[in-house]
Design a protein around this ligand. Structure first.
Ligand code: MN
Length: 354
């Protein structure tokens, strides 16, 4: 059980009590999407405090913990009481709003409180078989969304209409929700990495960056493809091929034991050598799981060392203001000797020229 493993880590770190407030963390350790506050102390059974509204859901879903309801007025008192009973050397927590932290610290006078999100991420970043299979399915669903784009995208459509086709196909393929708000950035708007989705109509010669993902049984996927409608210009072709090479070379570099920043450097070097270094304005990738942005990070500064079971994105891009942008992104599974690409939608020029 994951919660048992958390207690082992708590023992190792001297965290007699650990408070989890983030819904994805509560889900990870209990299996319930009820949200609430999970308090793990050494000695007693973990306690999940949920709102009255979510009590039945927690009862049906949560495993390995005692369940009780809380009232907003008495929540901090209840947490403090449980924590005090464990008499911990250190009280760890994943995340607290500043105001909550200050109030709770008052109630826990005499105890040391420490933000320790890393002990959770240490576990969450290594996906077990069940998690991998859910993310694999979320990636298949996202691929189905891209197929729908390829078969429906036409000149004159508005960006939100393209998003609608994609999202409908993902729902039909089993998405329980979107992994995040779909990005459809066309023409000059493709140069905005976070373009969102507007009412602009697609025109001949546009680059169209589409970044989307699905959630399947809590787990997410993340894929970006850039489509070109009509005959690409020489420059569009050069930019596209540079980003594709960066994406593929980085993919070849991903394996257990490699540092996040080393993989970022592989992609960055390809783009810099082609003369576009200054236009690759973000990091190469991030972990994906219950959330769409998780550790480990593939960035210039990242000291994260990749391990078997990490699932990360590989998403280089080039963005030229006024002209447009290209991003190509896959979700990939880190293995001992290499990476397995979980998003399978084609990315050669033939696949994306419409
Ligand atoms: Mn991403």
């Amino acid at each position: 059980m994951r919660i048992g493993k958390l207690r082992e880590v708590q023992e190792r770190e001297g965290l007699g009590a650990y408070i989890l407030t983030r819904t994805p963390n509560v889900l990870y350790y209990t299996g319930s999407t009820s949200g609430g506050i999970l308090i793990s102390t050494l000695g007693e059974e973990p306690l999940l405090l949920v709102s009255r509204m979510n009590l039945e859901m927690a009862r049906a879903e949560a495993k390995g913990c005692e369940i009780a309801t809380y009232e907003r007025k008495t929540l901090l008192r209840d947490i403090a009481e449980r924590v005090r009973r464990a008499d911990p050397k250190i009280v760890g927590f994943d995340e607290l709003r500043l105001e909550t932290f200050l109030k709770l610290r008052e109630r826990l006078e005499g105890f040391r409180m420490e933000a320790k999100p890393e002990i959770i991420w240490e576990m969450r970043r290594i996906k077990d078989e069940e998690e991998v299979s859910r993310i694999r399915k979320a990636c298949e669903i996202a691929d189905a969304g891209m197929e729908a784009v390829r078969s429906s995208l036409k000149i004159g459509m508005r960006e939100y209409e393209v998003a609608a086709e994609l999202e409908y196909a993902m729902r039909r393929a089993g998405a329980e929700s979107l992994a995040f708000e779909t990005i459809v950035g066309s023409g000059p708007r493709s140069a905005y990495p976070h373009a969102g989705c507007r009412d602009r109509r697609i025109r001949e010669g546009d680059l169209i960056v589409i970044d989307a993902g699905a959630t399947y049984r809590g787990y997410r996927s993340d894929i970006t493809r850039t489509f070109i409608i009509g005959r690409p210009s020489e420059e569009q072709r050069r930019i596209y091929e540079t980003v594709l090479e960066a994406n593929e070379r980085a993919l070849e570099g991903i394996r257990e034991g490699v540092k996040g920043r080393e993989v970022d450097a592989i992609a960055r070097e390809v783009i810099t050598k082609a003369g576009y270094g200054e236009f690759f304005t973000h990091s190469l990738g991030h972990g994906v799981g219950l959330e769409v942005h998780e550790p480990p990070s593939l960035s210039k500064e990242s000291e994260d060392i990749l391990k078997t079971g990490n699932i990360v994105t590989d998403e280089p891009g080039i963005y030229i203001t006024g002209k447009g942008g290209v991003r190509i992104e896959d979700t990939v599974l880190v293995r001992k000797d290499g990476a397995e690409r979980l998003t399978r939608f084609g990315k050669s020029l033939e696949d994306i020229i419409l």
